[in-house]
Design a protein around this ligand. Structure first.
Ligand SMILES: CC(C)(COP(=O)(O)OP(=O)(O)OC[C@H]1O[C@@H](n2cnc3c(N)ncnc32)[C@H](O)[C@@H]1OP(=O)(O)O)[C@@H](O)C(=O)NCCC(=O)NCCS
Length: 180
């Protein structure tokens, strides 16, 4: 898929080192329990390749058209069984993003996410998509709002992988339905 400034494509082996640099950055990961190690990033890419082969979609690479660099990930993915136990009336699919901090503040995440939502409605045939993040992750919630997602505080939940008292445990949930 292509947007004005991005190419959104499946993962290639050349993405492994640049993605590890992005997800290994403590500032990029400040709303996650930890940075991702290169091994975890490799496993994440392998998982995305396998899910794409199976379903045709997952979180994909976001490449910056102007300089041909990998600058992050964005996509839609099936909700894990674990997440489905804590999200009420879930549509089975989430949208998500993580970008290189050198490219923040230019509206690139919403640009990629809008293309993915369009794909989710028109090609993948989903009727609703959710997104969730830590209650304190306001930048990500701004992206959700910019692409037309809405939060119902009644949907807020405690992340099942984080222990009680963990500062990132409380999560917010945003939803968007297929237009029309
Ligand atoms: C969330 C994220 C993808 C936003 O991407 P982006 O391309 O910068 O999106 P936008 O340019 O539309 O900016 C969205 C908001 O991010 C915040 N933001 C922008 N530039 C920023 C910067 N340099 N530092 C901190 N926050 C910034 C602002 O609140 C902005 O909202 P505004 O446009 O109303 O001011 C990006 O900040 C990121 O990768 N964060 C780390 C990973 C993450 O938390 N992912 C979400 C997990 S659920």
């Amino acid at each position: 898929m292509e947007t004005e400034r991005l190419i959104l494509r499946p993962w290639e082996d050349r993405d492994r080192a640049p993605l590890a640099a992005i997800l290994g950055d403590p500032h990029v990961r400040r709303y996650y329990p930890s940075t991702a190690t290169p091994e975890e990033v490799n496993a994440q890419i392998d998982h995305a390749i396998a899910r794409t082969a199976e379903h045709g979609f997952h979180f994909w690479a976001a490449e910056h058209k102007a300089d041909r660099k990998l600058i992050g990930l964005v996509g839609v993915a099936s909700l894990s069984d674990r997440m489905r136990t804590v999200i009420d009336s879930d549509p089975g699919v989430e949208i998500g993003w993580q970008f290189d901090k050198n490219y923040w503040g230019q509206g690139l995440a919403p640009e990629g996410a809008r293309a993915w939502l369009d794909h989710a409605w028109k090609t993948l045939g989903f009727a609703e998509v959710v997104a969730f993040t830590a209650q304190t992750n306001l930048p990500s919630q701004r992206v959700m709002e910019k692409i037309g997602m809405r939060r119902d505080p009644a949907d807020d939940f405690a992340h099942p992988n984080l222990a009680e008292g963990h500062p990132l445990r409380q999560h917010v949930l945003y939803r968007i339905k297929r237009p029309g």
